[in-house]
Design a binder for this molecule. Sequence first.
Ligand code: DC
Length: 261
Amino acid sequence: MALSASIATRCPLFRGQDNMGGLMMSHAPGDASPSLTIAIDGPSASGKGTLARRLGARLGYAVLDTGLLYRAVGKMVLDRGQDPSDPDAAAVAARGLATLATAARLSDLALRSDAVGTAASKVAAYAQVRAALVDFQRAFAARPPPLPDGRRAGGAILDGRDIGTVICPEADVKLYVNANLAERARRRAQELRLSGHAVPKHEVLAAMQERDARDAGRAVAPLHPAPDAFIVDSSHLGPGELLERALAIVRGTIVRRACSI
Ligand code: DC
């Protein structure tokens, strides 16, 4: 059922309103569409990135993959011949990126490599790096940029590790997407194979365990679900099923809000 139709059925307040068909998708000036901030957190290869993109396309929301910010910092450090474990080098790169970050700069395909992912996880452990990137992320959530086709964004979706806990603790919807380690390693190995960089599965699994331990064990903004996050296990869900689960949660939030006015 369409998002808006489902809300109309379940919440008497909305029944009979002319703009129900556009409740989430029409963003003409002055319309009453709820503009939500959706936080999606979870470990790598949990499916959160694909979910964020699909949810964004479905709702007409701007999407920020915050992992790309840390990847861009990690890559800058590597490109300068520096060590991602050096907190000063990482902080200088992060402050530089914070003044330059744009969607175009974050679309560099080289950011997706495993080497950059490991560097990202290392620089992300430093408080100065995280502090330098906070404003950019919060500004995106507060004033989502236009969609690639020029339409006004209906809301913002940010995916990462600390969106629901640190960046947007007031997010309207918080999702924590997880999957078991074996399944995440299988997905990651497949992704690498498809991109022409086949790596033995046991190596992918070991690298993933190491990254999980660093991301969840760091002192600053460690990976963990916010107390009010909906936890979704994607181990046995395809991307379409995961999207439907998320949409059901978003609908539920809108209905609860509308019915409590
Ligand atoms: O989601 P990803 O694999 O692209 O993220 C790369 C690294 O960046 C990840 O290992 C941890 C870090 N990261 C973070 O600390 N906080 C975020 N909000 C997003 C990513």
